[in-house]
Ligand binder design. Structure first.
Ligand SMILES: NC(=O)c1ccc[n+]([C@@H]2O[C@H](COP(=O)([O-])OP(=O)(O)OC[C@H]3O[C@@H](n4cnc5c(N)ncnc54)[C@H](O)[C@@H]3O)[C@@H](O)[C@H]2O)c1
Length: 389
């Protein structure tokens, strides 16, 4: 595989904000070939093609948008994937509850996969994906981009060198802006499909494992239901308690509540209190406030993150995407290329190395996330009862 074709299934927020710009940059740099975006509605891909930010940053790039015309075609991704040459790349960016079908369709048609988090909602499904991918020497990477934030990689290295001792008690929070309630979320992030912990909280559960290597054993999630503007009900506020296999306890709070007028696109962070032989240790990350304070002439005050995803002018046409959001998607796509470029006999060993290194989340090394989601869903639907992972 020299320049793989890449098909993104889903043309919503994450495709616009992170995936397509990353792939456009890789296409512009010569790393990948044609890009297709398959949504269920023509209007979605038309809006994406006309997005001002993308046109400004990538004046020479374009994608093939499907469906080109007509009403909703929720099954179109099947034909689209089927018509790809084998062993290219499918990026899965549809709502959580659709990931499994799209990933299995891609694997059945011999495609490598980059899936946005959470991989799937059931552990059994993660195992099935792992087995199917392994039988065909295909890579499935789960896009937990916080892993590619340098502060996470620093924490992981220092924790594993023993500098923090052992994690005992911690708290994480990620509150998205209130206006999320008005987005397409209200159509799918409803009580029967998902909740604030499943949708957002999984990032910090994954990160605590990524840093410490510990595994979750028990979960309880208390959810407060609320109504979206369209009248549907969602667990818009959640408080979760995750117990780890060394007895440590992590509290995770999530919501769609951060005031629209507040600076930044959300509020989020992680604090871990740890213990050594005869002293305490602390690891604390403010993940939304990265030290920038901007007050613009239109009266708006902002605290932008330079670290997740920004466009910078490095000369040349357009703008260059930078940040861990870019690095995360590019890492997975480059690993797909590496696996595919190796000879058939070398692929299994490379895939095993990727699983064992644990830098990129894969079904084999991160399915504790699915266990937590599954237990968390059972807990939240039963008033916050503790459920074994
Ligand atoms: N921080 C993160 O890692 C992060 C952030 C945002 C979203 N996500 C994940 O990305 C996924 C999508 O989220 P989003 O924010 O882009 O949602 P969104 O609602 O903005 O977009 C979802 C997209 O999926 C498309 N879609 C729905 N059904 C489809 C079908 N049958 N065939 C093809 N396309 C279909 C819709 O057209 C829409 O374009 C979710 O799984 C979410 O959890 C991850």
């Amino acid at each position: 595989m020299i320049k793989p074709q890449v098909t993104i299934v889903g043309g919503g927020m994450i495709t616009h904000d992170q995936i397509l710009p990353t792939l456009y940059h890789m296409q512009r740099s010569g790393a990948i070939g044609e890009i297709t975006v398959c949504a269920s509605r023509a209007a979605t891909v038309q809006a994406l093609a006309a997005a001002e930010q993308l046109l400004r940053a990538f004046p020479g790039q374009s994608f093939r948008g499907l469906p080109a015309t007509g009403g909703p075609q929720p099954e179109l991704y099947r034909d689209t994937i089927q018509s790809m040459p084998p062993r290219q790349i499918v990026v899965v960016a549809v709502p959580d509850q659709l990931h499994f079908d799209v990933i299995m369709t891609a694997l059945d048609h011999d495609q490598h996969v980059c899936a946005v988090k959470p991989l799937v909602l059931r552990h059994k499904q993660a195992v099935e994906i792992e087995q199917r991918a392994r039988s065909k020497n295909l890579l499935v990477g789960v896009e937990y981009h916080k892993r590619f934030d340098d502060r996470s990689l620093m924490a992981r290295r220092k924790y594993r060198e023993g500098l923090f001792g052992e994690f005992r008690l911690g708290a994480a929070c990620l509150m998205e802006k209130w206006y999320y309630r008005h987005s397409n979320f209200q159509n799918w992030c409803t009580t029967e499909n998902s909740d604030a912990f499943t949708y957002i909280g999984c990032h910090y559960v994954d990160l605590v494992h990524f840093i410490t290597g510990l595994l979750p054993t028990r979960v309880s999630v208390y959810g407060i239901p609320g109504q979206y503007p369209n009248g549907k009900t969602g667990f818009l506020w959640t408080d979760a308690r995750v117990i780890w296999n060394n007895g440590a306890c992590l509290n995770v709070q999530n919501s769609l509540s951060f005031p629209d007028a507040a600076p930044g696109t959300n509020t989020q962070g992680l604090t871990l209190y740890c213990q050594g032989a005869d002293n305490g240790a602390l690891l604390s990350h403010s993940d939304q406030y990265r030290g920038l304070k901007y007050s613009y002439i239109d009266g708006i005050y902002a605290e932008p993150s330079p670290d997740y995803f920004q466009y910078v002018d490095l000369g040349g046409p357009g703008l260059t995407p930078v940040g861990y959001g870019y690095r995360s998607v590019a890492y997975i796509v480059n690993k797909c290329i590496e696996v595919e470029s190796a000879g058939e006999s070398a692929r299994a060993a490379i895939l095993r190395e990727i699983d064992e290194a644990g830098i990129m989340a894969t079904p084999a090394n991160s399915s504790y996330n699915e266990r937590v989601i599954e237990a968390g869903r059972e807990s939240i639907l039963n008033g916050g009862r503790e459920v074994a992972v």
